[in-house]
Design a protein around this ligand. Structure first.
Ligand code: KMH
Ligand code: ZN
Length: 273
């Protein structure tokens, strides 16, 4: 089986230090969390940035500073800035980090209920706009799908040539308001994408590790991190992102999946080294 790409979503935009004190806010904290996660086996860092007080921001200058600090410790890690940002941000605000020409970034492929009274809005026109800007810079988008209709949305735009090869999906499952993370749901999604595509899973909360195990067995890839889940196991908080990455690496070992280095991940995803 192909080597396993582990992505670590170190911070997100919503989770706070009150939820888990290891959630990084400052550039230095982000660099240290990245370093430890990469030492544990992560080859991609899914990156949101924050102000020092934890407020989410898509400010390009803040991304630049965080990436500069990360690069000092992890020169070869794949950095995947979020273009999702936080609910309520404008499209151009969200797109700011692509100005830094990262190798990858996220592309959110549909709207979804978020929390109890918010909607994370990604209309078809928004997706087309993001895709155009991302492909203009030859960045590989990770296609964030919170449900089957988002996969269908990708395939419609792919047929029109607006979303292009290589297709790398991220199935973000188990979020209230999104699609469940059951085995049946997972199978439905992964059987819906073209054979030439790759996928990663991101299980939210208690779904993180069961979903990771399904993907590992199937030859898919995995995202973990404090953005998605703050617990190592029921009632035990992770003491940093590296705890979550280590746990996935152990599951991979159980199934004989080797963990990919950043350059191996680039090869699997068709990113030029
Ligand atoms: N924070 C969410 C509203 C992404 O990074 O592309 C959006 C998100 C998805 O986390
Ligand atoms: Zn994110």
């Amino acid at each position: 089986m192909e080597k396993l790409i582990i992505t670590c979503a170190i911070s997100g935009a919503e989770v706070t230090k009150e939820d888990n004190k290891f959630v990084p806010y400052t550039p230095k904290e982000m660099a240290i969390e990245t370093y430890l996660a990469c030492q544990a086996g992560a080859s991609i860092i899914h990156l949101h940035v924050r102000e020092d007080d934890g407020t989410p921001t898509q400010d390009v200058k803040r991304f630049e500073e965080v990436i500069k600090q990360i690069r000092k410790l992890c020169p070869n890690t794949i950095i995947q800035p979020s273009t999702g940002g936080a609910v309520g941000m404008s499209n151009d605000e969200r797109l700011q980090p692509i100005q830094l020409n990262p190798e990858m970034c996220t592309l959110d492929c549909g709207s979804v209920n978020f929390g109890s009274n918010e909607v994370f809005v990604n209309t078809e026109d928004d997706i087309k706009y993001f895709a155009k800007k991302i492909y203009e810079k030859s960045i590989l988008p990770e296609l964030e799908c919170f449900g089957k209709m988002h996969v269908d949305q990708v395939l419609r735009l792919y047929k029109k040539g607006l979303i292009k090869d290589h297709l790398h999906f991220s199935f973000v499952l188990g979020m209230p308001g999104g699609m469940n993370a059951s085995e049946r749901d997972f199978v439905f999604l992964k059987e819906s994408i073209p054979k030439s595509a790759t996928y990663s899973v991101a299980g939210i909360g208690r779904h993180e590790f069961p979903l990771a195990e399904l993907a590992i067995k199937d030859g898919g890839h995995v995202r973990v991190g404090l953005e998605d889940n703050i617990y190592l196991e029921k009632g035990v908080k992770a003491e940093g992102n590296q705890d979550l990455v280590k746990k996935v690496a152990l599951i991979a070992k159980k199934y004989g999946r080797e963990v990919a280095t950043p350059d191996e991940a680039r090869k699997i995803l068709g990113i030029k080294v």
